[in-house]
Every structure is written in C-alpha cells, then in structure tokens.
Design a protein around this ligand. Structure first.
Ligand SMILES: [Fe+2]
Length: 261
C-alpha cells in the first residue's frame, strides 16, 4: 500500500487510528458564526423578554422545558436546508475527506441536541451505533455551538479499552452491569466553540444528565465513503451522495456495446 500523505495529514491519521477520534480546529469560522447567529436569532423570536448575554449557554432560562422538544424540532427542520448543510460540511471537509475519502455520502439530516441542566429527557446510555444498523464504515461529525466539558459534553470509551470490552462483551449480562463497569473508564471530551470532533461510532459512547449550569448545543451528522458498504441505513434513504466525481459517474452510467440484436 502506498501512503502519499503530507506530514500534517499523517499526524491526523495517526491520531484517529490510535484513539478512534480526533478533536480539531474547524476549517471555516465564518460558517460557524453564521450558524450560531441563526440559532440565536431563532431564540430571540421565541421570547419577548429581553434576552442578553450568552444566549445559547443560558437558553434554559428562556424556555419552559415542556416546550423544548417542539422548539428543537422546529429548529431542526429550519436548519436542515441545503444552505446550512453545506456550511456544516465545510466546517470539516478536509478532515472528513482525509478520514473517509473524497467521495462522500452524508446523512440527509443533521441532528441537533439541546441538553439543558438537569434535564433527563434526552439521555443516551452507553452504546455503539453499529449495534442499531449503522455501518462501521461511518464516522460522526459532532460539533458544539458552546464550550463543552464534563457532563455538558459527551463521553467516549478510548479505543484500547473499547477493544477490551468488545472481546469480553459476553461477560456483562446486561447494559446496567456494562455501564457500571465502564463508568470509571469513560473519557469526557473537552471541546471548545470553534472545534469539532470526528469519531467512529463503533466506539462506545453516550451522555449523562448535564450537571453543569449551562445548556449544551451540539450537532451530529454521519459521513462515510460513498462506495463503502452500507448496513440498514442505506444510500438514498438515510444518506445522500455529495460531490460524486466524474469518473464514478462514468462508471455508473457505462453501458457495454451491444453484441447481439
Ligand atoms: Fe451514538
């Protein structure tokens, strides 16, 4: 196998191979600021009370928790327009291409999480997405709109420890026992505004009740190499191709000459 990477690319690949994830500086700060502004303006529309200061971190002060999900869903559909999806992709285009390849399939919809302090309605117990029909060829691009750390963030099980649990999985009789054992080994990811995370969702990961005093805002979206194997989340259903290259199109549309009438 040939490896024609630059030194910088080699560094990223080594880090991803070692840990199963990378945290990196986003590639387009203007795009990120534009996305943040969009959400701040939507919150301002919601509330007639004068909203000042750090709107996203303090969001829980402006909304009744019972209305959170319907508000989140309205933001989700407004945000999932082509315009914003392109901005989102451009935040990590080079890194995604380095890790997955330069012909990509992107999940149709970018998911939005809003995790308010002490809210237990949107918890994700420890899991791997591959166990629920995702292909192990996928990675997740996870981007926060606020600084996150500890329980305001998500946790991941480092690759080495993850490998141990995969090999010894049969020893853990249910997810509660598994979670208890893993709880002391999980790593809470510290990611600042302006940074992003790409991780393999075959690594065990999840979140817990946000015990900080601030609200987490984050996006996640799956990407994979267009031609790599799919599982239950299929092309055209869950994924859409982006930037199909001319040679691939030639191949897809090629028709062999007719040799018989
Ligand atoms: Fe997940």
């Amino acid at each position: 196998m040939f490896k024609y990477y630059s030194k910088e690319e080699e560094k990223t690949i080594k880090s991803f191979n070692k840990n199963g994830y990378i945290i990196f500086k986003l590639e387009n700060k203007d795009n990120l600021n534009q996305i943040k502004k969009f959400f701040e303006n939507e919150i301002k529309k919601l509330n007639t009370k004068k909203i000042t200061g750090d709107i996203l971190n303090n969001f829980h002060k402006y909304i009744d928790s019972k209305k959170l999900n319907s508000f989140r869903m309205s933001l989700y559909s407004k945000f999932n327009k082509n315009y914003y999806k392109k901005l989102y992709f451009e935040l990590a285009k080079k890194k995604l291409e380095l890790i997955c390849g330069n012909e990509l399939a992107m999940q149709r919809k970018i998911n939005l999480s809003i995790q308010m302090p002490n809210d237990d309605s949107s918890l994700l117990p420890i899991h791997s997405d591959v166990w629920s029909g995702c292909s192990p060829y996928e990675v997740v691009l996870w981007i926060p709109l606020v600084n996150v750390k500890k329980t305001k963030s998500m946790f991941i099980l480092p690759k080495k420890i993850n490998n141990y649990y995969y090999k010894n999985f049969y020893k853990y009789k249910n997810s509660e026992i598994l979670q208890k054992s893993i709880d002391t080994k999980i790593k809470w990811l510290k990611i600042n505004y302006g940074e992003g995370l790409i991780f393999s969702h075959s690594l065990l990961h999840g979140n817990k009740i946000n015990l900080t005093k601030e609200t987490r805002w984050s996006f996640n979206c799956r990407f994979k190499s267009l031609m790599s194997p799919y599982d239950m989340k299929d092309l055209a259903e869950t994924f859409l191709p982006i930037n199909i290259r001319p040679a691939t199109n030639l191949g897809i549309n090629y028709v062999h000459p007719k040799t018989e009438k």
